[in-house]
Design a protein around this ligand. Structure first.
Ligand SMILES: Cc1cc2nc3c(=O)[nH]c(=O)nc-3n(C[C@H](O)[C@H](O)[C@H](O)COP(=O)(O)OP(=O)(O)OC[C@H]3O[C@@H](n4cnc5c(N)ncnc54)[C@H](O)[C@@H]3O)c2cc1C
Length: 458
C-alpha cells in the first residue's frame, strides 16, 4: 500500500507490487507500473510496528522502547531426533550471567532468547559459533537445526488512537508487546476477532459505525495489560545485580511452594483475563461486579446430537449465538425477535446438562435447519458458567460472535434482551422514525424504514 485517503463514505487506497524488506534488511522497492487504486468501505491497517497507516494518520505511540538487546534463536529438531523432550514447557532462566527464556513453538520447534551484555555486538552474537555455545547449555547442538537467529530490541508501546473515521489500526500497528510471554501475535488476533464481526454488522446488516467506538475501549486495556506483564517478566528474568537476583530467587522459590499460589504461577494464571471494563463495551452492563457480561465464555468440549465431540467454539460456528439452558431458545422468543436474530445470521443453541438430552424423534427441533443445534455439556463447564451468570434452566444467553457474553435473560425477558442487542448495534430496524446523527467521529447512523431488513430476513 502506497497511500490512502478517506471521505464520509469510503476509503481509497493505492497499492503496487513490492518486494518487501526481508525483516528490515533492505529498502522496499515498489513497482509504480503495477499501481492500482481501490475503494473500500473501511481500511484496517495491520501493517506492523512501522505501520504507514498509523504514521500517515499522525497517530503517536505512547510507552517505552527498551535498549536491552536479546538474541532470539529458533530451533528445529533434526529428523528422527527428540531434541527438546527434556526441556520444561516454558522456562524463564533467572541466571544473572545469562538471563534466558526457553519456550516451545508451533510445529514442535523451540525458541531460546538470551540477553546480551552491553559489550557484545550484534555480529558476535549472531555468529554461528556463539549461537552454538549458547544453545548447548540446554540442547545438543548437533541434534538441532537453527531456523533463525536474530538480535533485537523491543518496544512496549500503544497507539494513542486506534481509529480515525473509516480507518482503523490493529495488531502491532496498534500495540507492540515485548515477546517474553509470547502474546504479541495473540493480541493482534484478538483485535481481528473484535473488529471483524463489528465490520460485518455494519457492512452486511446496516449497524451504525458508532459500534466501532467499542473496538478500542474493549481491546486497549487488555493489550496494555499484556504489555505490562511482558515488561514485568523481562525485568524479572533479567536482573543482573546479584543481591536483587538472590532476593528474587528466594521470593519465587517460596511462592512456588505455597499451595494454590504455586500452581497459579506455574499455570500462568497471572496472565490478564479478557474482561471488558465496565461501561466500556458493547453489551448489557454488568449488574454486579462479578457479572459475566463483557467476559469471554468458556471453551469446553461438548457432545453433539450424533455423539461426536467438538470444541464449543466449533459447534457454534461463526456469528451470534443464542444459548438456551436446557431449552430451545426459539421457544421463549417471539417472531420478531427470532427474525432479527436470523437476519444477523445468529445460531440458536440448546445446551443440555450431562444426561439431560431427550431422545427425540425424527423431525424434532434438531432437524429444523442450519440455524439450530443442540449440544450436551458433558464436562459441566457450561452449566457452571450459566449458574455463575445467574441463569437457571430455561434461561437464555446471547453470545457475540467473538464469544463475549452480550447479556442474559429469563422467561419473557428474552425478547427484551434481543431488543437491547438490536439497539446496541444501532440497527436501523429498531427505530421507526428516520433519524440521522453524528458523534463527531464520522459516525452516522441512518434510520431506515423498519421493514427493509424484516423483508430481507423473511
Ligand atoms: C523475536 C520475536 C519473537 C516473537 N514471538 C512471539 C510469540 O512467540 N508469540 C506471539 O504471539 N508473538 C510473538 N512476537 C510478536 C509477533 O511477531 C507480532 O506481534 C506479530 O507478528 C504482529 O502481527 P501483525 O500482523 O500485526 O504485524 P506483522 O507481523 O509485522 O505484519 C505486518 C505485515 O504488513 C506488511 N506491510 C507493512 N507495510 C505495508 C504496506 N505499506 N503495504 C502492504 N503491506 C505492508 C508487512 O510486510 C507484513 O507482512 C514476536 C516478535 C518478535 C520480534
Amino acid at each position: 500500500m502506497v497511500e490512502f485517503d478517506q471521505n464520509a463514505d469510503t476509503v481509497s487506497v493505492e497499492h503496487t507490487e513490492c518486494q518487501g524488506t526481508d525483516y528490515g534488511k533492505r529498502t522496499p522497492e515498489s513497482d509504480p507500473r503495477t499501481a492500482e487504486r481501490v475503494r473500500a468501505k473501511f481500511l484496517v491497517g495491520c501493517d506492523g510496528g512501522r505501520s504507514i497507516v498509523r504514521t500517515n494518520l499522525g497517530i503517536d505511540m505512547t510507552g517505552t522502547s527498551f535498549p536491552e538487546r536479546w538474541l532470539v534463536v529458533d530451533l528445529k529438531a533434526k529428523d528422527g531426533v527428540d531434541a527438546f523432550r527434556h526441556l520444561p514447557y516454558f522456562n524463564f532462566v533467572c541466571d544473572p550471567e545469562l538471563p534466558s527464556v526457553s519456550c516451545p513453538q508451533p510445529g514442535g520447534h523451540h525458541r531460546f532468547e538470551f540477553m546480551l551484555h552491553d559489550a557484545q555486538t550484534k555480529e558476535e552474537m549472531e555468529d554461528p559459533e556463539t549461537v552454538r555455545r549458547h544453545i548447548s547449555r540446554y540442547v545438543d547442538p548437533d541434534e538441532v537445526e537453527v531456523l533463525r537467529k536474530l538480535v533485537y530490541t523491543f518496544n512496549a508501546v500503544v497507539a494513542d488512537r486506534w481509529r480515525v473515521g473509516r480507518i482503523l489500526i490493529a495488531g502491532d500497528a496498534a500495540h507492540m508487546t515485548p515477546q517474553f510471554i509470547g502474546q504479541g501475535m495473540n493480541s493482534g488476533v484478538r483485535d481481528a476477532d473484535n473488529l471483524s464481526w463489528k465490520l460485518t454488522a455494519i457492512i452486511k446488516h446496516g449497524a451504525s459505525q458508532s459500534i466501532l467506538n467499542s473496538y478500542e475501549t474493549e481491546r486497549r486495556p487488555h493489550a496494555k495489560a499484556m504489555i505490562d506483564l511482558s515488561v514485568f517478566m523481562k525485568s524479572f528474568v533479567s536482573l543482573r545485580n546479584p543481591l536483587a537476583a538472590s532476593a528474587r530467587n528466594i521470593a519465587i522459590t517460596t511462592a512456588l511452594r505455597v499451595p494454590g499460589l504455586g500452581g497459579w504461577i506455574r499455570s500462568a494464571k497471572v496472565k490478564p483475563v479478557p474482561r471488558f471494563r465496565r461501561d466500556a463495551y458493547l453489551g448489557l452492563p454488568r449488574r454486579r461486579w462479578w457479572g459475566l457480561e463483557g467476559t469471554l465464555a468458556p471453551q469446553p468440549d461438548v457432545r453433539t446430537y450424533n455423539g461426536r465431540h467438538q470444541r464449543f467454539d466449533d459447534a457454534l460456528g461463526l456469528g451470534f449465538s443464542v444459548l438456551g439452558y436446557g431449552v430451545d431458545p426459539r421457544s421463549v422468543l417471539d417472531d420478531d425477535a427470532q427474525l432479527f436474530l436470523r437476519m444477523l445470521g445468529a445460531r440458536f443453541v440448546t445446551v443440555y446438562p450431562l444426561g439431560g438430552r431427550p431422545q427425540g424423534e425424527p423431525g424434532d427441533a434438531r432437524a429444523t435447519g442450519d440455524d439450530y443445534i443442540d449440544i450436551e455439556d458433558h464436562t459441566g463447564a457450561l452449566c457452571r458458567w450459566f449458574a455463575k451468570a445467574g441463569l437457571c434452566v430455561g434461561g437464555v444467553a446471547v453470545l457475540r460472535p467473538d464469544r463475549y457474553l452480550f447479556g442474559t435473560a429469563t422467561g419473557p425477558g428474552a425478547n427484551a434482551l434481543v431488543g437491547d442487542l438490536v439497539r446496541r448495534l444501532n440497527l436501523p430496524t429498531i427505530r421507526p422514525v428516520p433519524d440521522i446523527r453524528s458523534d463527531g467521529n464520522g459516525d452516522e447512523s441512518v434510520a431506515a424504514a423498519p421493514s427493509d431488513h424484516l423483508e430481507e430476513a423473511r
